[in-house]
Write a protein that binds this ligand. Structure first.
Ligand code: SER
Length: 600
């Protein structure tokens, strides 16, 4: 039996023998493509070549790409754990032609590799070709069908024409695309699965997709021809391993089995490989998710409250909840699986080995913090299930989902999934409304950091020369003050006005930034003194928050500014934060990131 290592290597060797250059996988976390949250296909790193704006020193390439499909156009998250062949993270083996060979070689080599090298039974293989699309003005791909018929010994009745949904591959809403031809395998005992191709039935599974890249989908939704024609193929390593290792699901291959076994050992539960068993689903979800977390954190992502980081957080919390509810874990344990993932994948992706400790630490911290609210959240949820059923309702209320999110850190998709497991739905509209309200409140709160700050949320004139922070004293002309939603440029500012935001044309006061607190001090004109108890930046203005302590100030008056308090110390500490950060980078590596700082 071939191991996953041998299967991966055989793919690479086969195409190297046919003149392809081996190219390492790109990061699973793209840094240079704003249309992508995670790398979702092998072609991502070659997008510029397809678009004709980049080039490589080779025209044929072979690789195994780290892919994550949990967002956007290609999202498999809902399937994970329920079936045996969809994953949040998987390896996509691919061969590439950049304006070099086209359909003929792609088809012949795919067939040879599958039937001669991997020796997959021919009569279990089916292929699909693009059946055309009138609305797009695209003809059926008879050329590909003819190549399969004439150049390979596939059973001609195993060639199927399918619609755009399955046989026209696109990376996302925009980008390179083209008709494709897929190879599927029929697992039915009597090889009778022809009608199940592309029907989402586990008995017939896609193995390899050959894309004939010819178009670019523009932001206007229109297709335009690419400068040249290319080949992009993608074959799922985990699925091929399943076929060649003769097992029932990807989770029984040597890519997953060590992780599954370790989960069993850590939790004392048994994996029976049954799809109807929720306990087994928990095993599969956790094994899948820890691979995704290990790969993406190695590549620089980390759990957080928004964007990509929130996807990681959701994935980790899903795994932790499955563990707690079905495998009865009480302590963080997912992080203990990270070294096993690194053992399995470290050969293909050496970075994973280097990062083991860092990834385990991040996963453990995240598990620990969610662990604190998980039990409380589950209790809240199950109380709500009881109440919902007692009230003969089918929907968990949006306010419960919101409390779970807000108080227990349950991402809404987690609550939705738990509701489903209990035969219930979720009042999504109510949840969305409460989230909307929360966002508005959060925005207002950030704006109104200091008491009454909303009152200063008006268009303010810019402060020039605001960079003279080396000084403790300077001069500036009073422009006016923000008060009750207005910026006032006339009259006298005296004690009766209370807290205002005074703006001058110049200032040496430091406005809070980089965690260093805003300055305090005094501003004195010929007629009075203003006491500053905080300094903030709003737009281009430096706003001195405080009140008149004595006499009055008037617009136009040139005043003396005197910074008080401990500014020199806070400035030194601020510099030290930067030095510390620099040193951490030097000693620990570039992945060290500052998450915030308060320099008071
Ligand atoms: N880009 C195609 C896919 O992702 C083939 O590699 O399926």
């Amino acid at each position: 039996m071939m191991t996953s290592k041998e299967i991966r290597q055989a793919f690479i060797d086969f195409f190297v023998q046919h003149g392809h250059t081996y190219v390492p996988s790109s990061s699973s976390v793209p840094t240079d493509d704003p249309t992508l949250m995670f790398t979702n296909a092998g072609m991502n790193q070659f997008k510029d070549v397809f678009l004709g704006i980049g080039s490589r020193p080779y025209t044929r390439a072979v690789d195994t790409q780290k892919c994550i499909r949990v967002s956007g156009k290609h999202n498999d998250l809902e399937e994970v754990g329920r079936d045996g062949y969809h994953h949040t993270f998987f390896e996509m083996l691919g061969n590439w032609s950049f304006g070099d060979y086209f359909k003929k070689e792609a088809i012949v080599w795919a067939w040879d590799l599958f039937t001669k090298v991997y020796k997959i039974e021919k009569d279990r293989l089916h292929v699909t070709v693009f059946g055309g699309d009138a609305a797009e003005g695209l003809a059926p791909d008879e050329e590909a069908a003819e190549l399969w018929r004439s150049l390979t010994d596939i059973d001609p009745t195993h060639i199927h024409r399918c619609s755009k949904k399955d046989n026209f591959w696109e990376m996302g809403a925009t980008g390179p695309c083209g008709p494709c031809s897929e190879i599927h395998i029929d697992f039915t005992p009597d090889k009778s699965g022809a009608a199940l191709v592309n029907k989402g039935d586990a008995r017939v599974m896609e193995l390899w997709n050959l894309v004939f890249m010819q178009f670019n989908r523009g932001t206007d939704g229109k297709l335009s021809p690419l400068p040249a024609r290319h080949i992009d193929t993608g074959a799922g390593l985990e699925r091929i391993c399943r076929v060649l290792q003769g097992v029932q699901s990807n989770y029984d291959t040597d890519l997953f089995r060590p992780i599954i076994d370790q989960i069993a050992q850590l939790t004392g539960q048994k994996y029976t490989a049954a799809f109807e068993s929720i306990v087994d689903t928990a095993f599969r979800v956790i094994a899948d998710h820890v691979r995704m977390l290990t790969i993406s954190i190695t590549d620089g992502a980390r759990p957080s409250n928004d964007g990509r980081g929130y996807v990681l957080r959701r994935i980790l919390r899903r795994a932790a909840r499955f563990g707690r509810q079905y495998l009865h874990t009480t302590e963080p344990f997912i992080y203990k699986l990270v070294p096993t993932v690194a053992d399995v994948l470290g050969g293909a992706f050496p970075d994973v080995k280097q990062a083991v400790q860092r990834v385990s630490d991040i996963v453990r911290d995240e598990e620990t913090s969610f662990g604190r609210t998980l039990d409380r959240g589950m209790k809240l949820f199950f109380d709500a299930v009881g109440a919902t059923k007692a009230a003969h309702s089918r929907l968990i209320s949006g306010s419960v989902a919101f409390r779970l999110y807000d108080e227990a850190g349950f991402p809404v998709d987690l609550t939705r999934q738990m509701a489903e497991e209990n035969g219930l739905g979720l009042d999504e509209a109510e949840f969305d409304r409460l989230m909307q309200e929360k966002r508005q409140k959060d925005r207002a709160a950030t704006k109104g950091k200091t008491a009454g700050m909303q009152a200063f949320d008006v268009q303010l004139p810019a402060t020039r020369d605001r960079d003279k922070w080396s000084k403790m004293v300077s001069e500036g002309k009073v422009l006016g003050w923000a008060f009750e939603g207005k910026f006032i440029t006339q009259g006298k500012l005296d004690e009766t006005k209370g807290q205002v935001g005074l703006v001058l044309d110049r200032t040496c006061f430091y406005a809070e930034a980089g965690g260093q607190v805003g300055d305090i001090g005094t501003i004195t004109s010929s007629s009075g003194t203003f006491e500053v108890d905080d300094t903030v930046r709003m737009g281009d203005a430096v706003v001195h928050l405080g009140k008149v302590a004595d006499g009055y100030l008037e617009p136009g008056q040139v005043s003396q500014l005197q910074v008080g308090g401990i500014r020199q110390q806070t400035a030194r500490h601020h510099t030290t934060t930067h030095l510390l950060h620099w040193a951490l980078h030097k000693v620990l590596g570039e992945h060290v990131a500052q998450r915030g700082s308060l320099v008071d």
